[in-house]
Design a protein around this ligand. Structure first.
Ligand code: URA
Length: 436
């Protein structure tokens, strides 16, 4: 086999065999096929796409490039949730203990903030002492005793994705449905979940800006996941404004505690309940969405979910006492207020602008090696649709240093639009796609 022939075949739109895809991907990971040929291959996929069979083959080949989490000996069911990323998206944090309290094991392998989107690991690490680089025995112990454990991806899990993603990033081939599908699914399957609920975000703050693109990704994730023998559902959700009232690292831990104490923001709880209900249904512990929701509500009302969250914090070396002590007061030193420039109704709080303003403040990062601030972020006083009078507080911004505030405030101001009439109500949950 020659790489050039495989590239030419894909360039012409033909379907590749498992062996041909394997030749290219395995050759690349071993360093036998150069970047320039794989770049051309990725661009051919970008324009020609892949069939479901090819996408499943690519996912399997990537999956087998590294280690899988060995969950043998632990009683399941193992169900995870994956979000395609957003602003203020802290859903995993309350969701994992809620679902664990309902008898599901949640093996969570999460990521870090990058660009305008936040990262679960950075949020958890804002809890003083919290440790996210669990080795396999520690991950297994947390999972079996608390029902969930939170860790980052190690270098040994899907190494093919690391290499391919870095190349996609510099060759303008990230936004390809089959490549995104294989990248996400290979990592989720490697972590050991047998059922996965995908939260496919749609809107300005999401990877997929339009409903059509989000639907195409959701369908591809569901079809490929099912072809790999997993139970999967995709929920398409709005990401045109940030979720909740707090965006930041420790700020989102605070909002997580609110959720687990039964006083979380309406939009965050709507998603937590919907995604949680699906997790119980896929895991077989609830017969339908309605009973799933009732069980999730009960996990909060009984205090069991909050208790599991505390157990996880202390198991992963976080200090519950310091977390609670800092709650409501631990803020970055430099602050500015964003106020309404006119009276009317808040028509939008653009999630992308807020996410990018957050990078200035220190919530997120532009490059993987940059540090983030635990205390930077936004506290919103208003949400889309709220009435505001000129001069009303819309949000308070907390920045890592004085210099971060002006550009962040300018960017955040451009996120806001106010109109004379109230905007039409819009749905948070847009569609759901289950396996055929
Ligand atoms: N997230 C991933 O993990 N991979 C992609 O390709 C895109 C988003």
């Amino acid at each position: 086999m020659r790489a050039v022939d495989i590239i030419m075949k894909k360039r012409g739109g033909a379907e590749l065999s498992d062996g041909e895809i394997r030749f290219l991907i395995e050759g690349y990971v071993k360093g036998e096929i150069p970047d320039y040929q794989v770049s051309a291959f990725l661009m051919a996929i970008f324009f020609q796409g892949m069939t479901p069979v090819e996408t499943a083959a690519l996912t399997n080949i990537m999956l087998n490039s590294g280690d899988r989490m060995d969950l043998s000996g632990i009683a399941g069911p193992f169900v995870d949730k994956h979000s395609t990323g957003g602003v203020g998206d802290k859903i995993s944090l309350p969701l994992a203990p809620i679902v664990a309290a309902c008898g599901i094991k949640v093996p969570m392998m999460s990521g870090r903030a990058l660009g305008h989107t936040g990262g679960t690991l950075d949020k958890l690490e804002s809890i003083p002492g919290y440790f996210t680089s669990l080795d396999l025995p520690a991950f297994r112990k947390g999972l079996s005793e608390d029902g969930f454990a939170m860790t980052g991806q190690t270098a040994h899990v899907v190494p093919a994705d690391k290499k391919l993603y870095a190349l996609r990033d510099v060759t303008a081939t990230v936004e390809s449905i089959p490549l995104i599908t294989a990248s996400i699914l290979s990592k989720k399957v490697a972590e050991g979940a047998d059922s996965i609920v995908f939260d496919v975000k749609c809107g300005s703050g999401a990877f997929m800006k339009t409903l059509d693109d989000a639907r195409a990704l959701a369908k591809s994730l569901v079809a490929t996941g099912s072809a790999m023998g997993k139970r999967v559902v995709a929920v398409l959700t709005d990401m045109s404004q940030p979720l909740g009232y707090k965006v930041g690292n420790f700020l989102e831990i605070e909002e997580t505690l609110d959720c687990l104490e039964g006083k979380g923001p309406e939009d965050v709880m709507e998603l937590v309940y919907r995604l949680g209900s699906w997790m119980l249904v896929l895991g077989g512990t609830a017969a339908n969405i309605e009973t799933g929701r009732a069980r999730c509500e009960e996990a909060i009302a009984s205090g069991e979910a909050l208790d599991l969250f505390y157990r996880n914090v202390s198991r992963q070396r976080g200090s519950i006492a310091e977390m609670l002590d800092r709650r409501g007061t631990w803020r970055a030193e430099y602050a500015r207020e964003l106020r309404a420039e006119m009276s009317g109704y808040l028509r939008s709080i653009d999630a992308l602008d807020i996410g990018l303003a957050g990078v200035y403040l220190g919530v997120g990062r532009n490059r993987t090696e940059d540090a983030v601030s635990p205390t930077a972020g936004f506290i919103f006083a208003k949400k889309r649709g709220d009435r505001v009078e000129k001069g009303d507080l819309i949000a308070t911004l907390y920045g890592k240093d004085e210099a971060s505030l002006e550009p962040a405030l300018a960017r955040a101001a451009s996120a806001i639009s106010i109109s004379d009439n109230a905007p039409a109500a819009s749905a948070l949950i847009l569609e759901e796609i289950a396996a055929q």
